[in-house]
Design a protein. Structure first.
Length: 256
């Protein structure tokens, strides 16, 4: 057996969902009567699986806090059986967990998928590329026509989620060590962003989330502000929202 074939067999034995036949392993790897080759390889396979579960714990700390370590480990085993790691970065192994939880919801906590989505988004935002924010002065010199026509460039370190159930209240109570309230109804929007090396999130009105989505899609400020058209005072609501975006560093440029 060539080196490449040996490496491929070892990789299959470590990462495969099903154990390989013992005779294949005994024919390739050294063993002893006390510890056959298949048992030796199984040690590495267990270490690999535990490493993936540990990576999931790092990505979803509040989900671990809610479920408890043993229940989370069982969930992780079930998830990894259906979604084995396919990326060289072990930190990416959890990217399908929110969808997995939506496909297999907990009848008592259907918002666990939304919690996992929020936690995964927080991780993505942490690693998003930086971009220098602009201040209010970038818009101050525009006349009415220029203001209406211009667009906004939104920071890559900002994501907006619109979720079936509100995950932010559950995340906060778990983070504070308090018993969770019943699932909060949705749809609910939440903004997740990074400032320097710290990640934040906050709940948003749905129309403000739509306005941010329009801004990211390249809409003009006129169309962005139109998202607040159902408010009692649309112009004031749009002004408050834009001022908040600039203050938080969510806007990194203008133009279309």
């Amino acid at each position: 057996m060539t080196l490449a074939e040996t490496q491929a067999l070892f990789c299959e034995a470590i990462t495969g969902a099903a154990p390989l036949a013992a005779d294949r392993l005994e024919a390739c790897f050294a063993g002893t009567p006390e510890l056959p080759a298949a048992a030796r390889v199984a040690i590495y396979a267990d270490m690999y699986r535990y490493r993936l579960i540990d990576a999931l714990r790092v990505s979803f700390p509040e989900l671990v806090r809610y479920l408890g370590d043993e229940t989370f480990a069982a969930l992780a085993e079930d998830y990894l059986a259906r979604h084995p790691s396919e990326h060289h970065d072990v930190g990416q192994v959890g990217r399908h967990l929110p969808a997995f939880l939506r496909q297999h919801p907990d009848p008592e906590r259907p918002d666990l998928a939304d919690l996992a989505e929020l936690e995964w988004t927080r991780q993505e935002v942490f690693f998003a590329p930086p971009a220098a924010p602009i201040g209010p002065e970038a818009l101050a010199g525009l006349d009415a026509g220029g203001f209406a026509r211009t667009g906004l460039r939104i920071s890559p370190a900002l994501q907006v989620l619109v979720q079936p159930l509100a995950a932010a209240p559950l995340w906060r109570r778990l983070e504070d060590g308090e018993p969770p309230d019943p699932p909060a109804p949705g749809p609910a929007a939440v903004a997740v962003w990074r400032t320097d090396f710290e990640v934040f999130h906050t709940s948003l009105p749905l129309d403000e989330a739509a306005a941010l989505g329009a801004a990211r899609a390249g809409a003009s400020l006129a169309d962005i502000c139109a998202a607040f058209g159902e408010r009692e005072e649309p112009a004031a609501a749009a002004h408050r929202a834009l001022s908040g975006w600039l203050a938080e560093g969510w806007v990194v440029g203008t133009g279309r």
